[in-house]
Design a protein around this ligand. Structure first.
Ligand SMILES: NC(=O)c1ccc[n+]([C@@H]2O[C@H](COP(=O)([O-])OP(=O)(O)OC[C@H]3O[C@@H](n4cnc5c(N)ncnc54)[C@H](OP(=O)(O)O)[C@@H]3O)[C@@H](O)[C@H]2O)c1
Length: 302
């Protein structure tokens, strides 16, 4: 629908570098482990070959079975391999210095993230919007677009979301709790029922659109903004048609960038960086509850 695509991943580069280093170390250790297992099996094989099958029975240098020397030579190679993995690669060279530096930076970042988590997100966002409001004396509310978009800007297919990211849903819930949520008629119809503790504002051109009690219906985008002015931070929550129009009037974008591309029929418009400035970007790796890597990114109108 809004078929613009962008190929501009915004993954935290430092974290990616750190992940790469960690993967390199894991590979080195895996290879050593594999070598160790081969050594055990190989040694057993040499012993069986010599003692059980009689292979090279006559060959006894220094009056000792040949397999003893074979095993000792292999053991030496294994020790050399271990030395390389645990000493040379680990404690020497620029790579090690770099990785130490990155580890320290990552630890500090993690610590900052942990400290941030101890402050409830709603308070943070309220504090931010209050500060914004004070700066912009003419504007009473901070109209915020909240969206989860893939690398190719896909946001939905067949009037449904495409992925399941538990942390994104939690963030949506925390940020929008207690606020006005403005949405297109199709997005409203994709919900099984209205979400608790939010004022739903549904945009439609239909004159007699029927909704459950408590849901507000409006026929123009201007009316949605007017109604939401009583809220310090109303949210535009989609879908594609509404985002496309709201980008012209919103003050802020809370984007969850899902680091994957998807087939879709609805897309988020390209974010014009001459208009929007990125003010926050936190990268998260996929885990049990989040099936893709993603970043929480905040943009503010310049
Ligand atoms: N990833 C995300 O963060 C996210 C968030 C929300 C939704 N989505 C996805 O987005 C898709 C839905 O988006 P969509 O673009 O198809 O539909 P939509 O934007 O939710 O709703 C479009 C409808 O809104 C009404 N409308 C639009 N502009 C209007 C205007 N200026 N004045 C009055 N009414 C107006 C029209 O309703 P009438 O036809 O009734 O006139 C129109 O058909 C779904 O797949 C959903 O899952 C994704």
């Amino acid at each position: 629908m809004f078929g613009t695509k962008r190929n501009n991943p915004q993954i935290d580069k430092e974290q990616l570098e750190l992940v790469k280093n960690a993967q390199k170390r894991i590979k080195q250790k895996k290879r050593l482990y594999f070598h160790f297992v081969c050594f055990l099996i190989g040694s057993l094989f040499f012993i069986l070959l010599n003692l059980a099958l009689g292979f090279g029975k006559g060959f006894r240098p220094f009056n000792t079975n040949w397999f003893v020397f074979a095993i000792l030579i292999w053991l030496f190679l294994l020790a050399y391999h271990s030395f390389n993995v645990f000493i040379t690669h680990h404690f020497m060279g620029k790579d090690w210095e770099q990785s130490q530096l990155e580890k320290l930076v990552a630890k500090q970042k993690q610590r900052i993230e942990e400290l941030k988590k101890t402050i409830p997100v709603t308070n943070q966002s309220n504090m931010r919007s209050e500060t914004d409001d004070k700066k912009k004396t003419n504007i009473t509310s901070c109209l915020t677009i909240i969206v989860a978009a893939a690398e190719n800007d896909a946001i939905g297919k067949n009037n449904q979301l495409i992925w399941h990211l538990s942390d994104d849903l939690k963030r949506f819930k925390t940020l929008t709790n207690g606020h006005h949520i403005i949405m297109g008629r199709k997005t409203f119809e994709s919900f099984p029922k209205p979400l608790p503790n939010r004022t739903h504002v549904v945009l439609t051109r239909q004159p007699n659109y029927q909704v459950p009690n408590g849901v507000v219906v409006v026929n123009t985008l201007e009316d949605t903004v007017e109604i939401s002015k009583q809220d310090t931070q109303p949210f535009i929550i989609g879908g594609g048609e509404i985002y496309n129009q709201a980008l012209k009037i919103a003050d802020k974008i809370e984007l969850t960038r899902v680091h994957q591309s998807f087939e879709a029929d609805t897309f988020f418009p390209e974010i014009d960086t001459s208009i929007w400035v990125e003010t926050n970007n936190v990268y998260h790796k996929k885990d049990d509850k989040n099936e893709f890597d993603y970043s929480f990114i905040t943009y503010k109108r310049k």
